[in-house]
Design a protein around this ligand. Structure first.
Ligand SMILES: *Cc1c(COP(=O)(O)O)cnc(C)c1O
Length: 394
């Protein structure tokens, strides 16, 4: 084996406006560059407590069981689903996007039986359909996606959905990966039993330690399971010995990621959670006004527009791959194409965390206008920029 000759790492300068990761705040990058302490060092134990308190603030919850799970959002997702699903449980999941499908797959692997409540991709679930599904299947668990990153649709009516589930004695798991720290989310007030998220979407943090919160009732179900959780790594009954009172070794915490998450959450607390939701809405409104004035349309209806992920319909005949490549190659801007039923029809433009800034919106609109004109689309980029400017002045 020859000795590889690899240059020092110099990543290209990117403006991250895709479905995640978003741009990392400089203070978070700095926190990630600080020296390690041991994962059982009293100083780290204090940091763990601080991170848990900050997570409770951001989730709007008093849940004791609020921790960062080692791994990306899919790890906190699998921790939620894998711990709550016992073999033979019936679990109701949404059929209106890519992440509902992932939920279903995780339920099956945990030994649960999947039943689905349908809605078209790009639309939220209708509470009446959820109620029907409950009457028909009597599920033990109900999972829904608060912010569907694959379609740009926000799930409204969350308290109504949790009410239906609780009337049927079921627990509710919410995917809040693209809503935590970006759009209004109130875990306790909305009676959500379990919520999981990821740090690299609206929290402007590198992926690697992912928020999870469980109510006492949900944790009771986990702690009284007959069969152990199928994943040793994500077994919350073991993890509670590290994140709870005992502070016993389970696995080495991703210390650097916990540092980064702590700083990212500190930034949320500094800004104020409600002010942060408003900033996302304000900046994304400018992006929305800009693409609409340019001559494009958002895919979801305004009632369930998701500020943190804007699914923009492409004009007939425009190749999404060419637009995505032109934005990256000519402007250094990352966006993504559609998935599933929306593949080829939309661009997915994120407006998350530190990326939710006016400068990014102007760069995106200018680059998108260029790329679409090159593709022969009939758009008016100048009108888009002017509309964004007006929206930001409001
Ligand atoms: C990104 C995302 C996930 C998965 O997170 P990873 O960090 O990619 O593992 C799950 N659900 C939603 C809604 C997401 O946007």
């Amino acid at each position: 084996m020859e000795r590889p000759d690899v240059d020092e790492l110099v990543p290209p300068d990117r403006t991250l406006m895709g479905p995640g990761p978003s741009e990392v705040h400089p203070r978070v990058l700095r926190a990630a560059g600080t020296p390690l302490v041991g994962h059982l060092d009293p100083a780290f134990v204090e940091i763990m407590d601080e991170v848990q308190d900050l997570l409770r603030y951001v989730f709007r919850t008093d849940n004791q069981w609020t921790i960062p799970v080692s791994g990306t959002g899919s790890a906190s997702m699998e921790a939620a689903i894998g711990n709550l699903t016992e073999p033979g449980d019936t679990v109701l999941v949404p059929g209106n996007g890519y992440f509902g499908e992932r939920m279903a797959e995780m339920v099956r692997r945990a030994g649960g039986d999947v039943v689905t409540v349908e809605a078209p991709w790009g639309e939220p679930l209708d509470p009446a359909d959820v109620a029907d599904a409950f009457d028909q299947h009597q599920p033990d668990l109900f999972g829904f996606v608060h912010a569907e990153t694959s379609t740009g649709a926000l799930q409204p009516d969350v308290p109504e959905l949790t009410g239906i589930a609780h009337d049927h004695d079921a627990l509710v798991i919410a995917d809040t990966v693209t809503s935590l720290g970006g759009v209004e989310l109130r875990v306790d007030e909305w009676n959500v039993d379990v919520a999981y998220a990821g740090p690299q979407k609206c929290l402007s943090c590198p992926p690697g330690a992912s928020p999870l919160t469980l109510s006492d009732r949900a944790m009771d179900k986990v702690l009284t399971r007959e069969e152990p959780v199928r994943s040793w790594y994500l077994d919350l009954s073991l993890l509670q010995e590290y994140w709870g009172e005992e502070r016993a070794y389970h696995h080495t915490a991703p210390i650097t990621n916990v540092y980064a998450l702590r700083e990212a959450l500190r930034l949320v607390a500094e800004e104020g959670i409600e002010a942060r939701w408003e900033r996302h809405e304000h900046v994304a409104s400018a992006l929305k006004a800009g693409v609409e004035a340019m001559g494009l349309a958002l895919n979801p209806e305004d009632d369930y527009w998701l500020p943190s992920l804007n699914a923009v319909r492409l004009p007939e005949g425009v190749d999404d791959g060419a637009v995505i490549d032109a934005l990256l190659d000519d402007h250094g801007i990352e966006v993504a194409g559609g998935l599933g039923d929306l593949a080829g029809d939309v661009l997915r433009i994120g407006c998350m965390g530190h990326s939710a800034r006016p400068t990014n919106v102007f760069a995106l609109l200018a680059g998108l206008g260029d790329a679409l004109e090159t593709q022969g689309a009939d758009v008016d980029p100048d009108a888009g920029l002017a509309a964004a400017r007006r929206a930001l002045a409001e």
